[in-house]
Design a protein around this ligand. Structure first.
Ligand SMILES: C[S@@+](CC[C@H](N)C(=O)[O-])C[C@H]1O[C@@H](n2cnc3c(N)ncnc32)[C@H](O)[C@@H]1O
Length: 207
């Protein structure tokens, strides 16, 4: 039977977790600047859900300084590292498209470099799930790649990895269609092991 994308992603990140952690070496990625913007809009002590939390660094570690963090990742190795790196966070292993989370429980949801590993046809469903998990006027911060990629398997740090994304106009339209108002969006390039990769950053509020 053919491997599902999330199984490939789990196996891939189990294998490359340590290599991925070294990747932000050439120049800082824009992740923390966007996170700081989000966090400045939240009162202290609220619940924040980080989808595809990876090893918890650097975003989870920053979130737990003032908030209650729930992190979810499909890779058991990434979750193991996150528990060690961010002891104050709560972490679970699972597919973010198949979670049983309470509705309206989170003031904010973050997803850094995660949604590009979902089949893009499932992005509307993903945005819909996030909408349901967010409290009234809750915030979503995420980034998605800007290439029109229906779904490919490519080498990622030495392991086969699934990638899929829409061009920016479609990603924006799907987000607003799922019931969000976009507060900020910008395409920002970053260096990943010497290669330039562009992401569409989206900060949005639940309508
Ligand atoms: C590029 S890494 C990003 C990690 C972290 N968010 C960061 O900022 O560095 C993508 C992460 O998303 C996770 N991921 C991808 N698809 C997922 C899914 N369907 N369910 C849960 N986690 C997923 C991967 O296991 C991986 O740890």
């Amino acid at each position: 039977m053919q491997e599902q994308p999330q199984q490939m992603v789990a196996r891939g990140y189990d294998a490359v977790a340590e290599r991925y952690a070294e990747l932000e070496r050439d120049a800082p990625w824009p992740r923390l600047a966007w996170l700081d913007d989000l966090l400045a809009r939240l009162p202290g002590g609220v619940r924040v859900l980080d989808l595809g939390c990876g090893n918890g660094l650097p975003a989870g570690e920053r979130i737990v300084r003032r908030h209650r963090l729930t992190g979810v990742d499909v890779s058991p190795r990434q979750v193991e590292l996150a528990r060690a790196n961010v002891p104050a966070g709560e972490f679970a292993t699972g597919d973010i498209l198949a979670l049983d989370l309470p509705r309206g429980a989170f003031a904010a949801v973050t997803a850094f470099y995660t949604f590009d590993h979902l089949p893009r046809e499932r992005l509307p469903e993903m945005f819909g799930l996030v909408h349901g998990w967010l409290a009234e006027s809750g915030l979503l911060l995420c980034c998605v790649e800007v290439e029109d990629t229906p779904g490919v398997v490519a080498d990622w740090l030495g392991a086969p990895m699934y990638f899929s994304s829409y061009e920016p106009g479609t990603s924006r339209r799907l987000l607003t269609g799922a019931g969000f108002d976009i507060l900020r969006d910008e395409i920002v390039a970053q260096l990943e092991g010497g290669h330039e990769v562009s992401y569409l950053w989206l900060l949005a509020r639940k309508r």
